[in-house]
Design a protein around this ligand. Structure first.
Ligand SMILES: *Cc1c(COP(=O)(O)O)cnc(C)c1O
Length: 390
């Protein structure tokens, strides 16, 4: 046991060292701890006792889709879920051979590619239930599909009253294998349980009826992160966690249990500092003016990186919380650092993450921006270099 701990510590130490060398050349970058992601997958598995589809849409919620997907599979996820067909293809091209489900619309032009690459598609509309079989009859092969029912989300999904017939019809279609049956919950992350229980009741009844008629597809699924953690009855054969995989809370009302670890840290280096006289304007529009002699620093992060152009932003420097002053520009912003001494160009600035006991979470940033942590991490621009640890 001791040896394992020692090995792990050594590994962490070496990877931190390598990491430092990797980030040497960047002025701002993201560090993604893949061991945190593996930890979160293992925890989800332990808590729910259910196989996992790791949702890695939108570039793995900004964390990098293929790296995240690989870590999830290493930690025991059987499936990856994505929103779009091209996201699925990118995973296959990166060498991932886990099962993959496209949860959104796949234009029929991709059907052959879906079959050849063993990518499962979702049929959530009666029209697609006719188009796909017709197209496949022409091209041959066998397509795996999941049928999605709208039990209350009002987004994708056939009406519950159409579900049994569609499962029956598609099950009889040559070239179509109905492997999944699913729905999506709209309020699983809220305290009020009423509508989630209602959705689950509608869905469960359908599943039971399919079972009785000998038509129950192999994989029934409904749970996002919040549901997987809070509603054991939503787990069925597979859970579809996204936000929990990244160690972020589904909502304030549905925080993660202890043990989950946020995987992402956003860093930058101070690029300039100077002392300005009283009455000096800072940034476009001069909405901030120095009150007295003030030390002002420049951080090479702006709205083109996904750092919003709103008032009230803060970052960490030397383990202290400091205010962003003046407008956030496209690639840069200014910080008020009069209280700090010995500040040097190159010093590490944290936009999201921990520094010497102080911490800025994705939730805190979301609060500043009037949005949810999902949008914060998904909005991290592709131009930010991503460095993987673990
Ligand atoms: C995004 C998504 C998920 C994951 O939701 P989280 O709240 O991030 O866990 C699951 N299922 C579907 C259909 C989704 O679109």
């Amino acid at each position: 046991m001791l040896e394992v701990i020692w090995k792990h510590a050594l590994l962490r130490f070496t990877s931190r060292f390598i990491l430092r060398a990797m980030s040497d050349g960047f002025s701002t970058w993201l560090e993604i701890d893949l061991e945190a992601i593996r930890n979160n997958i293992r925890l989800l598995r332990r808590i729910t006792g259910t196989p996992i589809m790791a949702v890695v849409k939108a570039n793995g919620y900004g964390h990098g889709a293929k790296e995240t997907a690989r870590a999830c599979v290493e930690a025991g996820a059987d499936w990856c879920g994505v929103a779009r067909f091209e996201e699925a293809m990118a995973l296959r091209k990166a060498g991932l051979n886990c099962r993959i489900l496209v949860m959104g619309y796949t234009p029929p032009a991709n059907l052959k590619n879906a079959i050849n690459n063993n990518i499962s598609l979702t049929i959530y509309d009666l029209e697609l239930g006719e188009t796909y079989p017709r197209m496949i009859k022409k091209s041959g092969g066998s397509l795996n599909i999941h049928i999605k029912v709208d039990t209350g989300m009002g987004r994708l999904g056939i009406r519950p009253e159409d579900a049994l017939k569609l499962v029956e019809d598609l099950s009889a279609c040559p070239g179509i294998c109905v492997e999944g049956f699913c729905t999506h919950l709209s309020k699983a992350d809220e305290t009020d349980r009423f509508s989630t229980l209602k959705q689950l009741e509608i869905f469960t009844l359908l599943v039971e009826t399919l079972q009785q008629q000998g038509m129950r597809p192999e994989i029934v699924h409904a749970a996002n992160s919040a549901a997987a953690l809070q509603y054991p009855e939503s787990r069925f054969d597979l859970i579809r966690p996204g936000i929990a995989v990244y160690g972020l809370n589904p909502s304030n009302e549905s925080p993660l249990p202890a043990g989950f670890m946020p995987a992402l840290t956003w860093k930058a280096r101070l690029t300039s500092k100077k002392v300005l006289p009283p009455g000096h304007m800072i940034s476009y529009g001069g909405i901030y003016t120095t009150q007295s002699e003030e030390q002002i620093g420049v951080v090479p992060v702006g709205y083109a990186d996904g750092f919003r152009r709103v008032a009230g932003e803060q970052v960490l420097l030397h383990g202290r919380r400091v205010d962003v002053v003046g407008r956030v520009c496209m690639d840069q912003c200014m910080i008020q650092i009069s209280d700090l001494s010995d500040v040097q160009i190159g010093d590490e600035v944290i936009l999201m993450g921990d520094q010497a006991g102080e911490s800025i979470s994705a939730d805190e940033i979301a609060r500043r921006w009037g949005t949810i942590n999902y949008e914060v991490v998904c909005g991290l621009s592709n131009r930010l270099p991503r460095i993987y640890l673990g």
